[in-house]
Each structure stands twice: as C-alpha cells, then as structure tokens.
Design a protein around this ligand. Sequence first.
Ligand code: SF4
Ligand code: SF4
Length: 259
Amino acid sequence: MDLHAFFRDEAIETYGEASLTALSERDRGYVKEFFPPGESVIVFGEAVPAEAYSLNARDQTKIMLGIAEGLNDAAIRLESMLDGEGIPARHIPLYLPIRIEDGRVRGVVRLKQVAAAAGLGAPGKSTLLLNREHGARLILSGVVTGESNLIKTNSVQKQENAEDHANQNPDICIGCGKCIKACPAGAIGPDGVEVFRCRTISPWVPGPVVPIAKWLIGRQLLLRCIAPIAPWIAKTATIRCSRCVTECPVFGGRNWTQE
Ligand code: SF4
Ligand code: SF4
C-alpha cells in the first residue's frame, strides 16, 4: 500500500505516523482505549491560510470548518482503504468524543501530542501545536491503525522529516509568552488552556453551567446527548478569537516575519 500516493491524491502535504511506542504512556492508553487493536496513528493536517485570519469571524469559521470536514472525509476514506487491505483502522472523529481529565476538556486521542510524536511540530506555550512551516495554523485529523510503519521509512516525506530536525525541535516555540498575554480571557495557563474560558467556547457554556457541563462530559452523558447535534453546533458557532494563533511570532512558520 502506498500511503504517499493516497495523500498525494488527497492533496495533503503534511502527514506522518507515530507508532504507539513513540507516544507517552498516557497517550498510548488513550489510543488503546479508543481502538484496542491500535498500534500506530497516522496523523495529517492542512494549514488554515494566513489570510483567513483577517476575514470576519463567520467567513473565517467557514474556511476552518471546511478544512476540518475535508480532513475528516479523508480520514474516513483512509480507514476504508486500510480496512480493504485487511488492516484494522478507525478514524478519529471530527466532533466527538472528548473527555474531562484533571478538570480540563481533552480529546480522547490527543492529536496534537500524536502529531508532535510523528514529527509534524512541537507544542508551544499556548499548548497549540507549532509546525515549522505553518505555525499554529494546522488543523489535524488522524486514523488509528492496527499495524505500524505503514508510511515507509524510505519515503520522501519520512526523509524530509528525518532531516528536518527543526520540525521535531521543541524550540519552534521561542517562549516569548505573547500568546498568554494576548488571550483576552486569561484562558492560557502553565497547565494548558481552560477550554470553557476560551472566547470561542464560553458563549456556548456560560460560567455557572461549566461545573455541571464538566460533570456531564465526565460521565459521557452530555456527549451522548449532544453528539447528534454536534455538527450543527459546529456550523452555527463562530471562531470568536484566534489571538493565541495570530499573535504568535511563529504564526506563519518558523521563518515568518511579521510586518
Ligand atoms: S482563542 Fe482567544 S480566548 Fe481562546 S485561548 Fe486563544 S487567545 Fe484565549
Ligand atoms: S506566542 Fe511565543 S510563547 Fe506563545 S506559542 Fe508562540 S512562540 Fe511560544
């Protein structure tokens, strides 16, 4: 199977693979819980064009959602292709599920961590994944597979990744703290982002409701209730703030210079 051909046909240029052994114990556990036969995660992404961040919230959201849905469709096609080859596979769904951990909302399979392990970037202080070429503008998707090393190491992409140590280098984030200062909601702290304080999420879950929302998510009740309407919510919501992305000096990539 030629996964490079798959991604070429899908016009996806940023992709990689992280075997479970490359993940932290915690992420290995999440992957196994999500898909017990999982041995590896194929992760891929597409960058939101830098110009999109100058558009109004509605148009910006439309572009981001379009990219996310396109990647999700590609993940479904990849799952189906792998299944057809007898390789167990399960795509990581776009909208759900998520979980509460240490009082914070987490995705079940943490694609940012997987992408970092696959050499696609490194987490910045903002907790966003910083990619050397695209900064924090990558939207990610992925497929958990029952076999590892499906993206062969003699491939062009892997050679690029192996040579491109900056992509795997934590110092893509220069530690300037601009993301933390720029956040109008004070949502970014040393332990990550408090999702319910983020301006894009908070209108949907008003402050007094946050504890019960966390409780319901923790018991998977809220997820079951909102799962059918999650696509509608995503389409109706707008990205009200992207300052942790746009104020980052690595916004346009490691060699980006802001005017
Ligand atoms: S999107 Fe805005 S409100 Fe949310 S964490 Fe980033 S800077 Fe803060
Ligand atoms: S704004 Fe500065 S500290 Fe925050 S992620 Fe970007 S480079 Fe890192």
